[in-house]
Design a protein around this ligand. Sequence first.
Ligand code: 4NP
Length: 148
Amino acid sequence: MRILFVCLGNICRSPAAEGVFRQLAAEAGADVALDSAGTAGWHVGKPPYGPMIAAAGERGVDLSNLRARQFRADDFSRFDLIIGMDRANMSDIEMLRPADSKTPVRLFLDHAPETGVAEVPDPYYTRDFDEALDLIEAAARGLLAQIV
Ligand code: 4NP
């Protein structure tokens, strides 16, 4: 299964989601192809944000080789599932949906109802990288359980 994680800048939440999910999927032996992208193009070509690389690294997840890219319309055909981190991501993603595309787009935290949280708060603004990673881990476990 090909899964694309999408946030705004592609330097905090979606690269973290990609890295955390890749690790969990490998541990579970799940066959997945993963990528992440941002709805905005500000950070194209850059590695994830330093504080997020550090916070993920503390949990044994290496994000340092990832590079930001912008979400685009042909991602609807290149992936089987597109995952947004918040509702603004969802509407920005949907604005680029080709008329003939039926690719599902889902909120990440829909896969972790036990958290009681609907959107992954943007740590670029909240500065709480561990809060974002806790939610990302919960959603990644829920999504993985659903697809294996
Ligand atoms: P992300 O966080 O969407 O989780 O990557 C952001 C990173 C950078 C900016 C906004 C959000 N920015 O405005 O540069």
